[in-house]
Ligand binder design. Structure first.
Ligand code: NDP
Length: 312
């Protein structure tokens, strides 16, 4: 079967650039949206040019110009959107409704992967304010996709390793201390961590896979389903030292939101759901889902222990 042509929207982003790389590496004809709003962002431009050097096609298109999106979409079979979605960077999830309209009008797309790549929003109907906004908006986009009968795959990537493993699951930290760690509650709730390059690989593997058509692909690499305590223990073994531990209760953790800005508050509620409630790993994957490491056992994903070695 010929490999699908892929358009990546948000291709210079933190995750998007990895998906561009994975798409090229897997031999897909790869198109990257080049937005005229780039202004004089010279680093973004140079990244786009480096994609071109590696064989990608740059396509001009803007969210302010419907026809340009339709024209871009018509060039390919599959669209992957990685538009920003965490408040401390920027949050543009609902802009995707414009992309959904363009895909609907173009009428040729065999698979659309919207910007999800986190917690399954369908599991988060009871999420706390203000963080529930992330899940609600991702569900609004899902509804638009399904109403328009666009074939889809939703990728539930769980915790990006870069944000969660390095900081030993502590909010606001991305490097591991050699002295101390604050445990969230008892530190025993299981979460799931995935290296961002592995997220990109699994995402590209799935676009031509009939088994994930109109399903959610959950990334649950077996060795990376770990509690915060287990992540800390792996680090302690690597450095040959036991860290000093303190604990913050769920009530205290939530109270820490007071006086913080909105982005911080969103983050606190997300961390609460992950590490106090265990929302990532406390459900079985049902009929509507598939698990990535089972579907693609050939992917040599990065275990958390290996990931932590980069900090030695
Ligand atoms: P980024 O913040 O890196 O942004 C990605 C891209 O969004 C940018 O490169 C840009 O695309 C595009 N963008 C930003 N603003 C606009 C705008 N106003 N109009 C059009 N496009 C815009 O995104 P991330 O890689 O951090 O996030 C991608 C996805 O991953 C999100 O859904 C997010 O929720 C999720 N995520 C999950 C995490 C987890 O731990 N599970 C952690 C972080 C993110 P361009 O290249 O065209 O300029």
């Amino acid at each position: 079967m010929a490999k699908s042509k892929v358009l990546i929207v948000g291709g210079t982003g933190y995750l998007g650039r990895r998906i561009v790389k994975a798409s090229l590496a897997h031999g897909h004809q790869t198109y990257v949206l080049h937005r005229p709003e780039i202004g004089v962002d010279v680093e973004k431009l140079q990244m786009l040019l480096s994609f071109k050097e590696q064989g990608a096609h740059l396509v001009e298109g803007s969210f302010n110009d419907h026809q340009s999106l339709v024209d871009a979409v018509k060039l390919v079979d599959v669209v992957i959107c990685t538009i920003s979605g965490v408040h401390f960077r920027s949050h543009n999830i609902l802009l995707q409704l414009k992309l959904v309209n363009a895909i609907k009008q173009a009428g040729n797309i065999k698979r659309f992967l919207p910007s999800e790549f986190g917690t399954d929003p369908a599991m988060m109907a009871d999420a706390l304010e203000p963080g529930r906004v992330t899940f609600e908006e991702k569900m609004v986009v899902r509804k638009a996709i399904e109403d328009a009968r666009i074939p889809f795959t939703y990728v539930s990537a769980n915790c990006f390793a870069g944000y969660f493993v390095g900081g030993l699951c502590q909010m606001g930290r991305i490097t591991p201390s050699r002295e101390s760690v604050v445990l969230l509650g008892d530190g025993n709730q299981k979460a799931i961590y995935v290296d961002e390059d592995d997220i990109a690989t699994y995402t590209i593997k799935t676009i031509d896979d009939i088994r994930t058509l109109n399903k959610t692909l959950y990334l649950r690499p077996h060795e990376n389903i770990l509690s915060q305590r287990e992540v800390v223990e792996l680090w302690e073994k690597l450095i040959g030292k036991v860290l000093k531990k303190s604990t913050i209760s769920g009530e205290e953790f939530l109270a820490s939101m007071k006086g913080q800005d909105y982005a911080e508050q969103v983050g606190v509620t997300h961390f609460y759901h992950f590490f106090y409630e265990g929302c990532l790993a406390n459900f079985e994957i049902g009929e509507e889902g598939k698990e990535a490491s089972e579907l693609y056992p050939e992917v040599n994903y990065t275990p958390v222990k290996e990931y932590l070695k980069r900090f030695l």
